[in-house]
Design a protein around this ligand. Structure first.
Ligand SMILES: Cc1ncc(COP(=O)(O)O)c(C=O)c1O
Length: 342
């Protein structure tokens, strides 16, 4: 199955966007503090316009857009969407027009002078940004814009929330294969992988990948949406479709093992949480690693909580997947600078 999966990934149409393999590094500070063996998969270093997990998914998704003859790519998300920024960068690289539908948020951008973080980068990367109401369904907004583009003679290609389709998840099947190969090279046997889960494609791709490669690794998603049932459902749906695309036999063994850690998202999606911010400070000061307040900081706070509660065996080997998002720090700088200002 392992060779078949690698061959499938190599055969599948893909555009080259990222620096891979991304490093798998020992997290010395955190490991020493808790007497554990913790590694970090540096997908914040995928390379495209400050990196992140979505670039892996876009390698497969945008190959389809090009094959279909699209000239305009539409996607969206929150105002500080990392997915939107990486899509804007990929489109700039591939010569495609990019339109982003971004949900309004007073918390991170009161007016255009406050344009910062990912939103500033969307502008520099040449994307057209449109604000949509937070209550509007993203799919409906994108369908309306696609209609407009077609009516004007363009050829739109819509990427749904987070590029979390089976095609997008193939990017994380590749990441699973990298982790397995790198761990083998380092003489490690990972037992747990931690990842932030929102639209679900990253966790689903990792789970399908480990299953296809015969690697017995528990993949723990951390809900960052403050809506764990929905996040779990999204991961389950993308997992089922990805398994089908990969041709994995039988019912998923992993569906029943789908693990979603809850209680770390704070009040709502897009709102920093105290434990997540504390995790950001700890990793920055203790390991020289920058995390972000909406995804990776919250995911790291879940890992730290489990370390604090001694939920691992001494023989366990933990891999934290750093999915990027650091440009978001600059939009949320007030969450970190108030202490210093006093
Ligand atoms: C930095 C970061 N980490 C994790 C995620 C979650 O990935 P997924 O949407 O595939 O669940 C996202 C999604 O936008 C993200 O930007």
């Amino acid at each position: 199955m392992m060779t078949m999966t690698i061959e499938f990934l190599e055969r599948h149409p893909r555009v080259a966007l990222i620096h891979a393999p991304t490093p798998l590094e020992f997290l010395g500070g955190l490991s020493r503090r808790y007497g554990a063996s913790i590694y970090i998969k540096r997908d914040d270093c995928t390379g495209l316009a400050l990196g992140g997990n979505k670039s892996r998914k876009l390698e497969y998704v945008l190959a389809e857009a090009l094959a279909m003859g699209a000239d305009t790519v539409l996607t969206g998300g929150g105002l500080q969407s990392n997915h939107a920024r990486q899509t804007a960068a990929a489109c700039a690289k591939l010569g495609l027009k990019c339109i982003l539908a971004l949900k309004r948020s007073e918390a991170v951008c009161k007016d255009e002078r406050d344009r910062n973080g990912n939103l500033l980068l969307d502008l520099l990367l040449g994307a057209e940004t449109r604000r949509i109401d937070a209550a509007v369904e993203l799919d409906a907004a994108l369908a309306a814009i696609a209609g407009e583009v077609s009516a004007a003679g363009g050829r739109p290609y819509v990427i749904p929330l987070g590029a979390s389709t089976a095609l997008g998840a193939l990017g994380y099947v590749c990441c699973a294969a990298e982790i397995v190969a790198q761990a083998q090279g380092l003489g490690l046997k990972p037992t747990h992988v931690f990842v932030a889960s929102g639209s679900g494609g990253t966790q689903a791709g990792l789970m399908a990948g480990f299953e296809a490669l015969g690697a017995d690794i528990a993949t723990l998603g951390v809900d960052i949406d403050a809506n764990p049932q929905r996040t779990r459902q999204r991961v389950g749906d993308v997992l089922a479709n990805t398994r089908e695309l990969l041709g994995l036999p039988g019912p998923s063994q992993d569906q029943g093992r789908l693990r979603m850690l809850t209680g770390f998202a704070g009040q709502a999606y897009g709102e920093p949480a105290d434990a997540g911010n504390a995790a950001i400070r700890q990793l920055a000061g203790g390991d020289g690693i920058l995390l972000d307040p909406i995804y990776t900081g919250k995911a790291m706070s879940a890992l730290i909580a489990m370390l604090e509660h001694r939920e691992f065996q001494r023989t366990d080997c933990i891999v934290f997947v750093h999915t990027g998002g650091v440009p978001g720090l600059f939009a949320y700088h007030r969450a970190f600078t108030t202490d210093d200002a006093q």
